[in-house]
Design a protein around this ligand. Structure first.
Ligand code: PMP
Length: 305
């Protein structure tokens, strides 16, 4: 990829020097947790968006897994900033904490060291052209696992295998993204995005109990939409409602906010990004770049990065 320096177990090293053992638990079994964070660059500074919230979620995911991260949240926030400075073109940051090589490959092994790395790469648009066209989604044949089948509220490395399968399946069908339903047939989320519908002046999104990740972008959208005076609700949403909504959009750190143009070939609204979606997209960009005074605390500013 295009990372220059990676923060690895406490120091910045050349990206090609940051290596893991082939026998690490992280690689063999996906035993690790990660985050994805965006950095927004201007001529004078870089805004790392909702850094503390992402690092807090990393620790929550680790708690759920039972992985002991050897650093403090403050140290990892600092590590993210150092890594952004050391990678002048980076706009996407990937902290990961994972179990290394232990004394055995038995699933019951407990003596693995926990490694922590922070990489920063240049990602650009997650779906090129999405802001103008919107994205197309297909309902996935893969179900969003229920609570007792997977820790869906955590970003666990191994948990992403099913999500990659869903995303690839949607892409093979010519779509940009998968729409995953839960075991009750309710809409859950995309492979790495939360889901919203707009009807009139009301904006609705599946509740956390649909079996979704509590997205930080989702939270941002809910706050910005309320600031703009819209009614925002978390509830069960079925496919029928989504395809007949006025507007649909998905959001996540990597995708940011993008209109959904079509679901399973049904065109949503006029087929191009709707007015309310575009308003929230603009508001999000202002918030992420530190242009909304009320939400400045969301931005960790790095000068001269
Ligand atoms: N759902 C899943 C499964 C995800 O992996 C992500 C990306 N982290 C999201 C939703 C969106 O979350 P966020 O807005 O915090 O990036």
């Amino acid at each position: 990829m295009n990372a220059l320096k990676i923060w690895y177990d406490g120091e910045l090293v050349d990206a090609q020097e940051a290596k893991v053992s082939l026998l690490s638990f992280g690689l063999q079994y996906g035993w690790g947790v990660f985050e994805g964070i965006r950095a927004y660059r201007s001529n004078t500074n870089v805004s790392v968006f909702r850094l503390k919230d992402h690092i807090e979620r990393l620790f929550r995911s680790a708690k759920i897994l039972g992985l002991e991260i050897p650093n403090s949240p403050d140290e990892l926030c600092q590590a993210v900033k150092e890594t952004v400075k050391a990678n002048p073109a980076a706009d996407y940051i990937r902290p990961v904490a994972f179990a290394g090589e232990g004394s055995s490959l038995s699933l019951g092994t407990l003596d693995m060291p926990v490694h922590v790395a922070v990489a920063a790469v240049s990602m650009g648009e997650y779906v090129p052209g999405a802001a103008e066209r919107g994205i197309e989604v297909f309902t996935s044949p893969w179900e969003k696992p229920r609570w007792r089948a997977a820790a869906v509220s955590a970003k666990i490395c191994g948990g992403y295998v099913g999500l990659i399968m869903a995303k690839r399946d949607a892409m093979q069908k010519g779509a940009d993204e998968a729409l995953m339903l839960n075991s009750s047939g309710m809409i859950a989320e995309g492979s790495a995005e939360n889901f919203f519908i707009v009807k009139g002046e009301t904006i609705s999104t599946p509740s956390l109990t649909a079996g979704i990740l509590g997205g930080i972008t989702r939270d941002t959208v809910m706050q910005l939409a309320s600031d703009l005076g819209y009614a925002v609700e978390e509830r069960e949403i079925v496919w029928d409602e989504a395809v007949s909504a006025d507007e649909v959009f998905m959001c996540g750190t990597a995708l940011e906010i993008q209109a959904v143009r079509a679901i399973d070939g049904r065109i949503i609204g006029s087929g191009s990004p709707g007015w309310i979606t575009k308003q929230i997209m603009r508001e999000y960009s202002d918030a992420a770049n530190g242009r909304i005074p009320k939400h400045l605390a969301w931005c960790d500013m790095i000068e001269d990065a």
